[in-house]
Ligand binder design. Structure first.
Ligand SMILES: C[S@@+](CC[C@H](N)C(=O)[O-])C[C@H]1O[C@@H](n2cnc3c(N)ncnc32)[C@H](O)[C@@H]1O
Length: 244
């Protein structure tokens, strides 16, 4: 298996886009909860980190944001570029490596369901901190560490590379990810300088109930994802700045 964990997404390409566009977990749990945590975005410059096929980019644009996005997978960059249709800048870059953006470039960062693929989460958060303006916020969603532990067993406290096998329209797809305890995940964010403003364990959107009743039942009784809303301390809020 490749040590470039995004290679699974190169393999899946359009199959992944179709899945994420309407799936219970993406469309009726992660996206609504993450977008709510981001808050109003009109006029803000937002970085869509590990943007995948551009489903978030589309939502951010529809909320009036200026969007820059990146992904490590060439296939995902191609899909996101098609989705943005010239309305956003889409780059190829890797979480945990230096990002091709200047300091303080963004008002908000969203990184949905991807940080667990970064080999060096500390470095990924440090880059988010560098490119976010003081006072800006980052919303990061990931697989809930308790769920990973219940699914995979072993020591909850061990940080290790795990493999899931996804059944897709194209056959079985191995997908590797980093599993770590909650304390290690939070420490990666706070050691970069972030303050944790909100910890969210999203409940499914009401829209899941009729379309995916089994998933709805599961996600109203067990954790699925974990979302951190992080703040880079310092700076002044936009409204206060506007009053001066
Ligand atoms: C589950 S998808 C989420 C995509 C998108 N954020 C969304 O929620 O629709 C994970 C994405 O992370 C990307 N990815 C995996 N490892 C990465 C890395 N080290 N750097 C940047 N992107 C990565 C994959 O190519 C894939 O597009």
């Amino acid at each position: 298996m490749s040590d470039q964990l995004w290679s699974a997404y190169d393999e899946m390409g359009e199959i992944y886009r179709q899945h994420a566009a309407g799936s219970a977990y993406n469309a009726h749990s992660d996206r609504p909860a993450v977008l709510a945590a981001l808050g109003p975005l009109a006029g803000l410059h937002v970085l869509d980190a590990a943007c995948g096929p551009g489903l978030y980019t589309r939502e951010l644009l529809s909320r009036g944001a200026q969007v820059t996005a990146f992904d490590a997978s060439a296939a995902m960059v191609e899909l996101a570029t098609a989705e943005a249709d010239g309305r956003a800048q889409i780059d190829r870059a890797v979480l945990g490596e230096p990002l091709p953006y200047s300091d303080d470039a963004f008002d908000r960062i969203v990184c949905a369901l991807a940080i667990h693929y970064a080999a060096d989460r500390h470095a990924a958060f440090a880059e988010f901190y560098r490119v976010l303006r003081p006072g800006g916020a980052a919303v990061i969603s990931t697989q809930h560490p308790v769920t990973d532990w219940l699914r995979k067993g072993g020591s909850y406290f061990e940080t290790k590379l795990e493999t899931d096998y996804w059944r897709t329209a194209g056959g079985e797809q191995p997908v590797q990810f980093w599993r770590e305890p909650l304390s290690a995940f939070c420490a990666a964010a706070t050691s970069a300088g972030f303050l944790i403003e909100q910890v969210i364990e999203p409940q499914p959107a009401p829209s899941m109930r009729d379309r995916f009743p089994d998933d709805y039942e599961k996600l109203t009784t067990e954790p699925g994802f974990l979302i951190l809303r992080l703040v880079r301390p310092g700076g002044r809020s936009r409204s206060r700045r506007a009053c001066r």
